[in-house]
Design a protein around this ligand. Structure first.
Ligand SMILES: C[S@@+](CC[C@H](N)C(=O)[O-])C[C@H]1O[C@@H](n2cnc3c(N)ncnc32)[C@H](O)[C@@H]1O
Length: 383
């Protein structure tokens, strides 16, 4: 067994023989990528891209369960259809019934959104071929279209639930008086991180403006997620109007780069356990970092959108009718009702998803007026 799969002393469950063989194939591919690099190493951001998205091999690109009880983590739409139904109601005042969901996972959010808004013209853009197939099976018979690329003009609502956190990020350290970027090497049969001084340039400028100069401080930032939000915002239709709704775990910048958050937010999810070694369980675990929502809001505003609302998931869902969605939901048994109530509790409890998860809505054109009610609970002064 490869050392990175040795779970003996970690308390983590060992992968099956099949999973271990799969991991070995992706490891071999990574070793090839590293060998082909003129630096003898690949930047951490490229390592993260390969472990998550390498075609046919990466965590999101291959066929493991991922979502729900049998997988590695549970997301809000997986927890309860009331999440998607509440979002559908929250955005029903938009003038357009078009919805574009990015990174639809198992298709749970699309399914529940369409229960509430069967008239929605729903489109999905999914980078993982495997997940796209699973979404198509789950949503068969529903009026959903799958896109291969972002449309040039986007009207209506764009939804991203836990997508930005799954976009490969830069891993940066401040040490010995300079910013350093993480690179991944293959040394004596295992992966290791090498910290290399960050030369002056765009990445350095971002690091220098955001990251505190505290010896040993490790953190992340995510230029690719910012670029995606910039493109989406730029393409929102200025005439018909559009809104971009991002739900994810994260903080406003001030809180993200607090001096005490000195080991960053990078985390790995493996069979409902969280640990902090991205070099382990290659291709078998989710690798993710929290979102700097100030960066996302800046990317949107720089591209002509306005912030409509930034708040916690609990506040957003409660103010847009989650409890009413629970009240009007039909259950076939008391057990079902109790399960739904407990899911609602997880969505809003400060100890679960309620506070750590945030909702950022940016708008363009008429959407700003159509969603003006969000201003009542907007806390974008925190950004
Ligand atoms: C953590 S999962 C969340 C899935 C789903 N939204 C949910 O909440 O259950 C991340 C999803 O985003 C997809 N993804 C990552 N980057 C993407 C991108 N640039 N465009 C579209 N989908 C993307 C992944 O393939 C995966 O489906």
């Amino acid at each position: 067994m490869h050392p990175s799969l040795n779970t003996k002393n970690s308390g983590l469950p060992a992968p099956s023989a099949e999973a271990a063989a799969h991991s070995a194939r992706l490891t071999a591919r990574l070793v090839e990528l590293i060998a082909a690099s003129p630096h003898g190493a690949i930047a951490f951001v490229d390592f993260m891209r390969a472990v998550l998205y390498e075609p046919g091999l990466g965590y999101y690109a291959a066929g493991s369960a991922k979502f729900g009880e049998a997988g590695d983590f549970v997301t809000a739409p997986e927890l309860s259809p009331l999440f998607g139904r509440t979002l559908a109601r929250a955005f029903s005042s938009l003038g357009s019934n078009k919805v574009l969901e990015l990174g639809a996972g198992s298709g749970a959010l699309a399914e529940s959104f369409l229960q509430q808004r069967p008239d929605a013209r729903y489109q999905i853009l999914e980078v993982s071929a495997d997940l796209r197939e699973r979404q198509q099976a789950r949503l068969a018979g529903k009026t959903v279209n799958w896109l291969d690329a972002l449309p040039e003009r986007i009207e209506g609502l764009v939804l991203l639930n836990e997508v930005l956190d799954a976009i490969p990020c830069e891993l940066i350290r401040y040490a010995n008086g300079r910013y350093q970027r993480a690179w991944v090497r293959w040394l004596e049969g295992s992966f290791s991180i090498d910290w290399v001084g960050l030369p002056k340039g765009p990445l350095y400028s971002v690091a220098a403006t955001r990251i505190p100069q505290i010896e040993g401080y490790v953190t992340e930032f995510n230029p690719e997620a910012e670029a995606l939000v910039a493109t989406l915002s730029q393409r929102l239709d200025p005439v018909g109007g559009g809104a971009l709704c991002m739900v994810d775990y994260g903080f406003a910048r001030r809180e993200y780069y607090m001096p005490t958050r000195s080991t960053g937010t990078l985390a790995c999810h493996y069979r409902h356990r969280v640990h902090f070694d991205p070099l382990a369980f290659i291709g078998l675990q989710d690798v993710t970092a929290h979102i700097d929502f100030t960066a996302m809001a800046e990317a949107a505003v720089d591209n002509g959108a306005s912030v409509g609302c930034f708040t916690t998931q609990a506040n957003f869902l409660l103010r847009t009718g989650l409890l009413n969605s629970l009240e009007v939901a039909e259950f076939s048994s008391d057990k079902e009702r109790i399960i739904a109530t407990s899911a609602v509790q997880k969505l809003v409890s400060p100890a679960e998803m309620g506070e750590l998860f945030k909702v950022l809505v940016v708008t363009k054109g008429q959407a700003a007026d159509q969603l003006a009610a969000f201003a009542e609970f907007d806390e974008s002064y925190r950004l």
